[in-house]
Write a new protein. Structure first.
Length: 458
């Protein structure tokens, strides 16, 4: 595929025209659901039209070819063999595919980290409820150093072994979702190898965000959304499984026609109603070609998204801009709010790389105690009510602030009550600049003032 490089391409507002945003909306939360440019939208619509013109030929014969092209494009980007990459709907599906494929025996443990994405944490909990597996959590509150986190992981694994168990699998992020911070996933993967633990990297914020050379990383499993940072329509994600582990992945989620069954003696594999696959493809690859009837056109957009990114200068250039924007924009936002960026001091001392990503987490200028006092005052002394304390209060504040942000200011910045403080996570992206971060900070400042004035309870 030939790529035409743009001349004098400037990031920032110049590129906003490439996307489909309402002209009034400032997208400071790219990290949650992503966004994609018009030329990718054109490809998707064309694929949808092809499918609707001839549904059977497209779904049965054309779609597998499109999947192969997209898998090949991803494989080149991630520096892995194409036969190790398949496509799934989202990273949560990828994590579930791995969890439900493994067979757990009594004494087997799954290690997770306290910042695990909620849906994935629930998936581990379900596995532990329905199989002999047990879970172990590496518990902490950011900021912590990269060295401490890796050492604490090793300690927890050895602790399980000392009690007669074994850690079968460890799940960890490339970049945590909330708060948005980089994880030393390379060092954790290496530690897994040393300890004989299967590594499962939740790279939901991976492809198109951090530098991923999966061959060099050599993890046991990795899944990453393409619809967040790679500019592909939702939902589209990839699942990487090296050849050495593909025998473990016998089923998709949901189980479909490609199931690799455990055959009894003399039993033949059930015949699939789908076309006979190419003999060069493995059972693992074929398994993921048809997973029920769904709109696979986002998968077909991967080459177009990568081509668009190459026209801007490629992954390194994009990464350099969005990381710089997150760091500088986050610092300016903290100055406006009179607060701080989470982990910035530790990064400055060289103890971590928490901020080496496209997120900036900025503390809001309102304490939990001050909000509780305001709630009690405005509600006439009913501050002891359960919905005006603790988690219920936090959820009420977060929900009100984010809804009001949309209604009054045409933007959204996700909030989290973390470590006893409220933090806002801003996303750096190619269509934004530091003025957008300043705008976001002014909005957060005004909304914090409105909360402390009691508007939320009136």
């Amino acid at each position: 595929m030939s790529v035409v490089k743009r001349d004098n391409t400037g990031f920032g507002h110049e590129l906003k025209k490439d996307f489909l945003f309402d002209e009034r909306f400032i997208n400071l939360n790219h990290g949650s659901f992503g966004a994609f440019p018009r030329q990718v939208q054109d490809v998707r619509r064309r694929e949808q039209e092809f499918c609707e013109a001839q549904p059977d030929p497209y779904i049965r014969y054309e779609s597998p070819l499109k999947l192969d092209q997209s898998r090949a494009a991803l494989a080149r980007l991630l520096k892995v063999p194409v036969e190790t990459v398949v496509l799934v709907k989202n990273a949560t599906t990828g994590i579930n595919t791995v969890l439900r494929a493994l067979t757990f025996a009594p004494g087997d443990h799954i290690v997770t980290f306290s910042t695990i994405y909620g849906a994935c944490g629930n998936s581990v909990r379900y596995i532990c409820e329905t199989t002999p597996a047990e879970s172990v959590t590496v518990d902490y509150t950011y900021p912590v150093s990269d060295h401490w986190l890796v050492d604490e992981f090793k300690r927890r694994v050895k602790e399980v072994a000392a009690k007669g168990g074994r850690v079968r699998l460890a799940i960890f992020d490339t970049v945590v979702s909330m708060p948005g911070l980089r994880v030393p996933f390379e060092r954790l993967t290496k530690a897994c190898k040393e300890l004989g633990v299967l590594s499962c990297v939740d790279a939901a914020h991976g492809v198109g965000h951090v530098d991923l050379d999966i061959s060099r990383l050599d993890c046991d499993f990795l899944t990453s959304n393409c619809h967040k940072w790679l500019f592909v329509p939702r939902g589209c994600a990839m699942l990487y499984v090296p050849l050495r582990n593909q025998h473990l992945i016998r089923s998709t989620i949901p189980t479909s026609h490609g199931l690799i069954p455990l055959l009894k003696e003399g039993e033949e594999k059930p015949r699939s109603p789908l076309p006979t696959p190419e003999p060069t493809k493995s059972a693992f690859e074929v398994n993921f070609e048809f997973v029920g009837t769904t709109d696979n056109t986002p998968y077909a957009c991967i080459p177009a998204a990568i081509e668009y990114r190459q026209s801007l200068g490629g992954e390194e250039k994009i990464r350099e801009y969005v990381f710089h924007l997150a760091r500088n924009g986050g610092r300016k936002a903290a100055e406006i709010l009179g607060t701080e960026v989470l982990g910035a001091a530790m990064d400055a001392r060289g103890e971590s790389r928490l901020g080496d990503c496209a997120f900036a987490n900025v503390r809001l200028p309102m304490s939990v105690a001050a909000v509780e006092q305001t709630a009690a005052r405005v509600t006439g002394g009913k501050g002891t009510s359960p919905d005006l304390k603790g988690t219920a209060l936090a959820m009420k504040v977060q929900d009100w602030v984010m809804k009001t942000m949309i209604a009054d200011y045409d933007t959204l910045i996700p909030l989290i009550l973390y470590g006893g403080e409220w933090w806002a996570r801003l996303s750096g992206q190619i269509y934004l600049d530091e003025h957008d971060f300043e705008f976001g900070a002014e909005v957060l400042k005004r909304l914090s003032e409105r909360v402390l004035l009691g508007e939320i309870w009136r």
